[in-house]
Design a protein around this ligand. Structure first.
Ligand SMILES: [Zn+2]
Length: 143
């Protein structure tokens, strides 16, 4: 099964790439909840993060830690959160969130509670300009 992340891996969809090697890739979130939000994915399409093999899960975490250090240095968030969830794109991914407050873990800008229910509105977060994302990717580059 192919998805938008597979298209990014194959170079058929644009992305502001921070890092990649033969097996994984890190790139900027298209709709960041804060400047610097980014993702680390396996290049091979795997739906559930829990289905990744041990080596890939470890490599994703290690790359996320290294990028997280760059995030702290460049964007000065209060904390760097890491989030794995199964919705949005059905291709395993770890989201690095530059947290601007204690309730900021990817959703506080697009989730709200109405009548006692959580309501999601991804469209509330604008798509970032590619030039800005490219600049952020350069600032987060790891070697
Ligand atoms: Zn995919």
């Amino acid at each position: 099964m192919k998805c938008v992340f597979c298209e990014i891996v194959e170079g058929r969809s644009p992305a502001s790439v921070i890092f990649q090697d033969e097996a994984l890739m890190a790139f900027m979130a298209l709709r960041p909840t804060a400047p610097g939000e980014c993702l680390v994915i396996p290049k091979r399409h795997v739906d559930h993060f829990t289905d990744l093999d041990d080596e890939m899960a470890q490599r994703i975490m290690l790359v996320a830690q290294r990028i997280g250090r760059r995030l702290r240095a460049e964007f000065k968030p209060l904390r760097v959160g890491m989030l794995v969830h199964g919705f949005g794109v059905a291709h395993a991914h770890l989201v690095l969130v530059p947290q601007l407050g204690p309730h900021h873990l990817t959703s506080d800008r697009f989730a709200s509670i109405r009548d006692g229910r959580i309501v999601f509105n991804e469209g509330a977060i604008p798509v970032a300009q590619r030039a800005v994302l490219d600049d952020h990717a350069r600032r987060l580059a790891i070697v």
